[in-house]
Ligand binder design. Structure first.
Ligand code: XIL
Length: 362
């Protein structure tokens, strides 16, 4: 017993008890993170302590996607999602549902559907069942994720092909009926880019013109070190706000490794080359790169603070670097360092930079 207690104490001692993101930005916006299955199951006490200390909004990294919630036609599995919702309630954290309608990570049976009626039945039943279960228990839903191509046209997803271009409006209509007490968002990557942004604005206007509710827009925020599109982000914040929407940064990470394309389409892959330049930071990040990451995050948070009246949440896509999906995508087996906490859950220079901005304002 004593041994256990000591282990627990030693582990907690390594947790930073210094500044907290959620406390620092408490008057500005929610600070969120994405939780893995293990984290939802509270399997790692270090991760758990950091989550409670730093964040006040939680998104499931995977388990609220349709392949997890409805693994077989009409058979739902809510165990982990319920657990996440309870965890949020217990710790006074907002829960964001991600996501009701997305062309990726669909249940296997959906890929086999070829007729409009079946897809429509799945679509209606999934949105209605899932959204109504958590109505009033979660803050908001990413109702539709990634419906657009880079040029702003509609992505030719299974929903678009079989249900027609109004499927997005229809998804919001169904979500509104099932979840009258939950905020409803459109979420996508690169929708700060002018062409895709124009497509998103047209889509949002269409939803509104149909008399259907949409409360916010989520800019995913999978950006690259040294190449943060600050001007596009600022213009987007203003243009989305002008439509009467809340703006959220929903999946923030700043990638350090080389890439031959931009965006965050999970079906795109890059071939792993047998060249160290392809995976340069296996042993750690040199100081100059840490400073680059810190200054990128500093610029982002300065911009977010400038628009704190319009931005309601900033969510990081993962708790620490070890968890980040960017270790496995777009090429497997790399060592990425895109977040504010390192693999040992220790705050990085970028963390302190972000906290300092606020300290300097006070
Ligand atoms: C990613 C998860 O982080 C991975 O664990 C999973 O294997 C694939 O999906 N845009 C989104 C997120 O909206 O749901 C994706 O999450 C990352 C890109």
């Amino acid at each position: 017993m004593l041994g256990l207690l000591l282990v627990a104490c030693t582990r907690t001692e390594t947790i930073p008890t210094g500044p907290s993101l959620k406390k620092t930005f408490a008057d500005d916006f929610l600070i969120g993170t994405a939780l893995s299955i293990g984290q939802i199951e509270e399997k790692d006490s270090l991760a758990d302590a950091l989550i409670r200390e730093q964040f006040n909004a939680l998104t499931a990294e995977n388990i609220m996607k349709s392949m997890f919630l409805q693994p077989e036609w009409g058979k739902f599995d809510f165990a982990l999602a319920d657990k996440l919702v309870d965890y949020g309630k217990k710790n006074n954290m907002a829960i964001i549902g991600h996501t009701l309608v997305w062309h990726s990570q669909l249940p296997r049976f959906v890929y086999r559907l070829t007729d409009k009626d079946s897809v429509s039945e799945f679509f209606t039943n999934h949105i209605t069942t899932v959204a109504s279960r958590y109505d009033g228990k979660i803050l908001g839903w990413d109702v539709v994720n990634e419906a657009l191509n880079e040029d702003g046209t509609m992505r030719g997803s299974i929903f678009y092909r079989l249900l027609g271009e109004d499927y997005v409006t229809e998804a919001f209509r169904l979500a509104q009926l099932a979840a009258p007490n939950t905020e409803l968002y459109y979420n996508d990557y690169n929708i700060e880019q002018p062409n895709k942004r124009a497509g998103a604005i047209a889509l949002i206007k269409k939803i509104k013109e149909a008399g259907v509710r949409i409360d916010g827009v989520g800019i995913q925020g999978h950006w690259h070190a040294r190449r943060i599109p600050l001007k596009d982000i600022e213009e987007s914040i203003l243009e989305y706000t002008a439509l009467g929407l809340k703006v959220m940064i929903t999946e923030l990470d700043v990638e350090l490794l080389p890439r031959n394309f931009t965006g965050a389409d999970i079906s795109e892959r890059m071939k792993m080359k047998d060249d160290p330049a392809f995976n340069p930071y296996v042993a750690g990040v040199p100081d100059s790169v840490q400073q680059q990451l810190a200054s990128d995050y500093e610029a982002l948070f300065k911009l977010f603070l400038k628009h704190r009246d319009h931005i309601t949440r900033v969510t990081f896509w993962g708790v620490n670097d070890g968890q980040s999906w960017l270790n496995g995508w777009p090429a497997p087996g790399r060592t990425n360092h895109p977040l504010l906490f390192d693999r040992d859950f220790k705050p990085k220079p970028a963390f302190y930079k972000v906290i300092e901005i606020k300290d300097n304002l006070n």
